[in-house]
Structures are given as C-alpha cells and as structure tokens.
Design a protein around this ligand. Structure first.
Ligand code: DER
Length: 233
C-alpha cells in the first residue's frame, strides 16, 4: 500500500469513529488531513450533518473552503468537540512531534481548545520514542528578532544542533502564518524528559511555541502497509 493510501485509510477510520453532527471541529494541517477533510465533507453531504470547522493554518482554511465546509473560529466557538490533525512522529506514550509543515502554533492552540485530539498518519510516523524516525529536529516557533540568541541558548543548555528553517520557494527563512521563524532542534536522546524540556524551552523569552505535543493526543490512527489501521490509545 502506498503512503498516500495509508494516510487515507487511517483518516477515514478516524473520521468515521469520531465525527458527529452538531459539532465544532479543529482541522489540522499537512497532507494527511486532506483525506480527513474529504471524508468529513462526504459525511456532511450524505447525512446533511451540521458541523463547523476551525482551521489551524491558511492551508487548513483553504481546505475548508475547497470542500465547502462551514468555517468558524475560536471567538465564535472557544470550545471544540474534536480536533483532527497529522503528526510528524508519535511515540509509545502518544507524545507527538509536530510542525514539519510549520503550522505548530495554531495547531497547538486549536488542539488545546478541543475536548479530543485525534491524530491521523501513515505508518512512518509510528515510533517507539521521539526522534526514532523523524530526523528533521523538533520544530520551535520563535520571534524573528531573537532566533540567533535562542539557537545559541538551546545548543549551550541542551546540546544538539539547531538550524533556522529556510524556505524552498522563497528567498530567506520560512515565515509562519503568524509572522515568526521556525528553528529545528536536532537532538537524538530518547531519554529526554520531553515534558520538562518543553516547559524549559517555553520559558525562553522569544520562544513562541514548540512542536512537542505532550499528553495532548487521545488516539492515533496509523495506516499500515497491508491496508489495515493501527489504533494507538
Ligand atoms: O506540520 C504539522 O504539524 C503537520 O500536521 C505534520 O505534522 C503532518 O503532516 P503530514 O500529514 O503531511 O505528514
């Protein structure tokens, strides 16, 4: 089974299990979420369900418009029933690395406003520990003016290598939907206390948010190579 098919089968299973009418849902970012939105639109159309969607990025907002789903925001709906999102890596404790697509800040905000966060992914995201398969480093969103002092502080205090994420189809660094930079911290120590580390990183002035989603996910759905779906709780 292709990776895309694995993403799709996981997304369909997760949406079928959690989506209900008369609910407000957070829509994540990335490539896997596209299959989830496709399924959501199908169910809404076939069953005339009433749902409202809060985006986690410009990409997610475009998806919501593309599939003609009702758009809302946290001002109108500060409490969400469900948030569905992808992940760059999921460990055995359902801790996540997110932010490979640079949307981690709004993703974490929307996920924190939802009763339930459900992750959809292909089998390459299913790891034993963080850093086992995802080798691009932990994304950290920072205020542009202080990216360099923060890079130095992280490297001095915690080790590893930190790099400023450069854009592919634009000169210079990636600029997030929130006008910030992303730095990627590459550290390979499975013994890290991620919760403690996340707290320490967030105490650094200029760090806006990290891609460490600790104790946030309720379930993860992984599409497997044989076409089945593994559900991690
Ligand atoms: O950037 C993000 O946080 C995305 O949700 C990412 O973690 C998953 O992207 P993918 O579905 O394209 O793998």
């Amino acid at each position: 089974m292709s990776l895309e098919s694995a993403k799709k089968v996981a997304s369909i299973k997760a949406v079928d299990a959690f989506l209900k009418s008369n609910s407000v849902i957070g829509i994540g970012s990335g490539s896997t979420i596209v299959y989830a939105v496709e399924r959501i639109a199908e169910l809404v159309k076939n069953h005339h369900w009433k749902i409202q969607c809060v985006p986690t990025s410009f990409q997610a907002k475009q998806l919501i418009h593309k599939y003609d789903l009702p758009l809302t925001d946290l001002e109108a709906n500060p409490e969400l029933d469900l948030c569905i999102d992808g992940a760059d890596e999921v460990d055995d404790n359902l801790n996540l690395i997110k932010g490979g697509g640079g949307c981690l800040l709004q993703e974490k905000i929307v996920a924190s406003c939802a009763k339930t966060l459900v992750i959809v992914a292909d089998y390459t995201k299913n790891s034993t520990y963080l850093g086992e398969q995802y080798k691009k480093g932990i994304p950290i969103e920072v205020v542009p003016m202080c990216y360099l002092p923060i890079i130095k502080k992280i490297q001095e205090n915690f080790g590893g290598t930190v790099t400023l994420r450069m854009a592919q189809s634009k000169a210079g660094p990636v600029i997030t939907d929130n006008g910030n930079f992303i730095i990627d911290w590459f550290v390979l120590d499975p013994k890290f206390n991620w919760e403690k580390l996340n707290t320490e990183l967030l105490l650094m002035p200029g760090v806006v948010e990290t891609g460490l989603f600790i104790n946030m996910a309720f379930k993860a759905y992984f599409g497997l190579p044989d076409g089945s779906v593994k559900i991690q709780v």
